[in-house]
Structures are given as structure tokens and as C-alpha cells.
Ligand binder design. Structure first.
Ligand code: B12
Ligand code: SF4
Ligand code: SF4
Length: 270
């Protein structure tokens, strides 16, 4: 799938079809408040797709809504293998309950059967810049943005991206480099994040609760996820257990379910 973004235009839901404006209005208050439109060219998960409306969560709002939902209904934690992904799937279904064949929602989730490489797509939709950390940096949320879903549509929607200029890494003293204990974040401009160094460290117990390099980035500091959310994302098994204990949920059905550590040990590089 090739994507191409036009010059930046103001992100105005009123310029979009009613279903898209309604989805933006419904998802924003739930913490999926960052969105943008990328032009799609070439193969895509939906044949004939011309645009993708991309949704992301900025800062801790999505996590807070998720915890509120679990607090109201403990079964959502106990019975779901991937409760945050299931929470987002519910939000998307409510926002667009009966999509016609001309549009297809693809989630960025552990249990999503359709793979989309979300970082380039989100960058094309104007949701941020590439960074030394390997993560997309949002203008307000910095690295504290989670890419959650894209709705591919055969309609040609007005594109919103990309962000102008090189982004915040240009000229930054790069505290992220020194913060990483194993040198996974490259000092050299343009070099790739060393996922294998990070993976080797983590598979032997390093950085169990949070990524020091991500936390050292000054961009979007007020949007940093709370420690509980960082723990859940970094080590699902431990983070999930901590969440269940705090909420008083019996987590016997999926205890020990964690991230796919094998993919850290042997990252799928082309
Ligand atoms: C597999 C995966 C991993 C693997 C990495 C394997 C690998 N090959 O690198 C592991 C498990 C190690 C991992 C770790 C993490 N991940 Co991860 N991961 C993914 C996943 C599921 C697919 C990525 C992928 O394999 N793409 C395909 C391969 C071919 O791409 P690639 O070789 O890495 O890179 C190509 C392009 O993507 C491009 N590119 C690479 N990096 C970037 C960055 C930007 C900004 C752009 C524009 C382009 C670009 O260059 C390459 C050209 O071929 C995505 C979700 C998704 N579906 O996109 C999340 C995702 C990338 N991960 C994410 C995060 C947050 C993390 C972690 C911080 C862990 C965590 N707490 O969640 C760490 C940090 C990794 C780091 N600093 O880079 C977020 C990033 C959000 C953001 N702001 O950018 C994503 C988008 C998930 C999400 N829901 O938001 N991840
Ligand atoms: S600390 Fe600076 S160099 Fe590192 S990712 Fe953040 S903005 Fe980029
Ligand atoms: S998780 Fe740890 S090893 Fe990996 S990039 Fe972050 S600080 Fe470095």
C-alpha cells in the first residue's frame, strides 16, 4: 500500500462526509481524539480505497476511559484476552455501527487479522513526524500517541497531512539517546532505532515497567501515560495483573498473557 499526503490543510470534520464527522465526534470524547486523512494509492486492505481516516489516542484519556469501563464491568477485564483492544473495538462499532462495503475499519490491535503498517500511514495523515526513537511524534502529545484504527474508504476525502518541516528531533540535544541503557536509540541522524538491542535487553528483564528513552523525550511531556498504563503496554502479563489487583478483579482466565516476546527476540526486519 502506498500512501501520499497532500500539503497540510486544516483538519475540519465539516469537510468530511456525515459518517466520518459522526465518527470523529463520537470517538473524541472517548480518548481517540487525534485523527487525520491520508490519501491511499496502490494496494490497500480495501480494494479501490482512495482514503484512510486514521484515529489515534493522545495522552492518557483513552486509558482513563478504559479503566472506567472496567471498573463499571469487571467482566471486561476478566473475560477479554486483550481488554484494551476490545474496548477500542466497542468504541469503533458504536461510532460506525453499519459500515457499507465501500469502507473497512482496520484496528491496530493484537487480535486484528488485517495488518497495516500504521506509523507511515499516520504520518501521511499528518498525525506526526518520524523520530530518533522510532516512534511517531505528535505536535501536542509527542511520543505519547497510540495509533488505534484506520477506516479505509473508496471515497476521496480531503487529505490533512503531512506535518510540515523535519519535526522536533532536528536540533534537539536528544536526551533519549543517553536515557537508553543499551544504546538502542541512535546518536547519528537518520540512523534506525536498534530494535534488536532493545529486544535483547528486555527479554532479559530490562526496562520492565517503562521505556526510559520515551520518558526522556521532552515532546508532549504533559501527555505522558500514567505508570499503570505504561506498565500495561510494556509488559502485559505484569501490567494486567497489577490492574486486576487494583480493581479487585479475579484474573484467572487470562493470567500470564503477555506481549509476543518472540517478536522482540527476532524482529521481522525486511
Ligand atoms: C511489530 C511491532 C513492534 C515490534 C517491533 C518489530 C520490528 N520489526 O521493529 C516490537 C514488539 C519490538 C515493538 C516494540 C514497541 N512498539 Co510496536 N509495533 C509493532 C507493530 C505491530 C508493527 C510494526 C511493523 O512491524 N511494521 C512493519 C515493518 C516492516 O516496519 P519497520 O521495519 O519497523 O519499519 C518500516 C516502516 O514502518 C518505516 N518506519 C519505521 N519506523 C517508522 C516510524 C515512523 C514515524 C514512520 C513514519 C515510518 C517508520 O520504515 C521502515 C521502512 O520499511 C506496530 C503496529 C502496526 N500495525 O503498525 C506497533 C507500533 C509501531 N508499536 C508501538 C509502540 C508504542 C511500541 C513500544 C514503545 C512498546 C509499547 N509500549 O507499546 C515499543 C518501542 C519500539 C520502538 N521504539 O521502535 C506503536 C508506536 C506508536 C507511535 N507513537 O509511533 C505502534 C504503532 C502500535 C500502536 N498501537 O500505536 N513493536
Ligand atoms: S528526545 Fe529529542 S531527539 Fe529524542 S525523540 Fe524526543 S525530540 Fe527526538
Ligand atoms: S525500552 Fe529500554 S532498552 Fe528499549 S529503547 Fe526504551 S530505554 Fe532503551
Amino acid at each position: 500500500m502506498a500512501t501520499e499526503a497532500a500539503m497540510p490543510t486544516p483538519a475540519d470534520p465539516a469537510a468530511l462526509p456525515a459518517w466520518a464527522a459522526a465518527a470523529i465526534a463520537a470517538l473524541g470524547p472517548a480518548g481517540l481524539q487525534r485523527w487525520g486523512v491520508a490519501r491511499v494509492e496502490g494496494p490497500a486492505p480495501l480494494p479501490g480505497a482512495r482514503s484512510a481516516l486514521v484515529f489515534a489516542s493522545g495522552g492518557p484519556a483513552l486509558w482513563q476511559g478504559f479503566v472506567d469501563a472496567l471498573t463499571a464491568d469487571h467482566a471486561r477485564l476478566r473475560e477479554e484476552a486483550h481488554p484494551l483492544d476490545a474496548h477500542i473495538a466497542r468504541l469503533l462499532r458504536a461510532a460506525d455501527p453499519a459500515p457499507p462495503p465501500s469502507r473497512l475499519w482496520v484496528r491496530c490491535a493484537a487480535d486484528e487479522p488485517t495488518f497495516v503498517d500504521f506509523r507511515p500511514l499516520a504520518a501521511a495523515a499528518g498525525l506526526g513526524w518520524p523520530s530518533r526513537l522510532g516512534l511517531l511524534l505528535h505536535p501536542d502529545d509527542g511520543p505519547w500517541i497510540g495509533l488505534r484504527a484506520a477506516c479505509f474508504t473508496t471515497e476521496a476525502l480531503p487529505p490533512t497531512g503531512p506535518q510540515p518541516g523535519p519535526g522536533p528531533c532536528a536540533g534537539c540535544p536528544a536526551p533519549c539517546v543517553a536515557a537508553c541503557p543499551v544504546g538502542a536509540v541512535p546518536r547519528a541522524d537518520g540512523a534506525r532505532f536498534e530494535i534488536s538491542a532493545c529486544a535483547a535487553h528486555r527479554t532479559t528483564g530490562g526496562c520492565p515497567q517503562s521505556c526510559a528513552a520515551r520518558n526522556a523525550c521532552p515532546e508532549g511531556a504533559p501527555s505522558r501515560y500514567p505508570p499503570e498504563a505504561q506498565g500495561y503496554h510494556e509488559d502485559r502479563a505484569r501490567g494486567r495483573a497489577a490492574l486486576a489487583a487494583r480493581l479487585g478483579v479475579n484474573d484467572d482466565l487470562h493470567a500470564g498473557l503477555g506481549p509476543p516476546w518472540a517478536s522482540w527476540a527476532a524482529p521481522a526486519r525486511p
